[in-house]
Design a protein around this ligand. Structure first.
Ligand SMILES: [Zn+2]
Length: 200
């Protein structure tokens, strides 16, 4: 079993009552530290990094609103890539969660809440609307984030990018994307034509 498969397996066995279930980090030294992008929801603080079974020294934690990645070269994609290039992250997990309050309100309601909060949005309401657009489905958002990271020119293909959802009540992990064996993302299969080549 590889690192993330062992993490999910240990998680499920522990929830089923197996008191001996747990990860032996020494068995996965070549796959650690792991970079984990989550939502900033404070309920996750109590779960990290224990729900993954990795020690704090092997856990590089990035958070934002909804664990969203908006593009292969977005700020979050660059932060994840830096965590790998500079801090030595060997695998990446986009970890969404159940009952994410950011996904609950519709866009109009969210904009209204900003205004109730005293924000003078003006023309920026459109930009806020663009930001809120990916926040409509937790699983799809995780899959989209994984796709953007996998297509990122900053992140080498040798680093697996996975997607999981954690249940904030039980701590159960569920797969969205198993990133092992993905060696050639569609977005990078077709090389761009050289500059000046022109179209047929
Ligand atoms: Zn959330």
């Amino acid at each position: 079993m590889r690192l993330l498969e062992a993490i999910v397996d240990a998680n499920h066995r522990a929830l089923a009552g197996d008191e001996r279930a747990g990860l032996r980090p020494a068995d996965f030294a070549g796959s650690l530290p792991v970079v984990v992008l989550t939502c900033f929801d404070p309920r996750l603080h109590a779960l990290m990094p224990e729900v993954l079974g990795v020690p704090e020294r092997d856990f590089l934690w990035l958070t934002n609103a909804g664990a969203v990645v908006t593009g292969p070269q977005s700020e979050t994609a660059r932060a994840v890539a830096l965590a790998c290039a500079v801090e030595g992250g060997r695998e990446v997990v986009v970890l969404g969660h159940t009952d994410c309050r950011l996904f609950a309100p519709d866009r109009r309601e969210a904009v209204a809440r900003f205004r109730q909060n005293g924000a003078d949005l003006g023309a920026a309401a459109t930009a806020l609307d663009d930001f809120l657009r990916p926040l409509f489905n937790e699983r799809l958002s995780v899959a989209t984030a994984v796709g953007h990271l996998r297509a990122s020119p900053f992140l080498p293909l040798a680093i697996p990018v996975h997607g999981l959802i954690v249940d904030t009540d039980t701590g159960r992990l569920d797969w969205v994307v198993n990133g092992y064996g993905v060696s050639s993302p569609p977005a990078r299969q077709a090389p761009l034509p050289p500059a000046g080549a022109g179209l047929p």
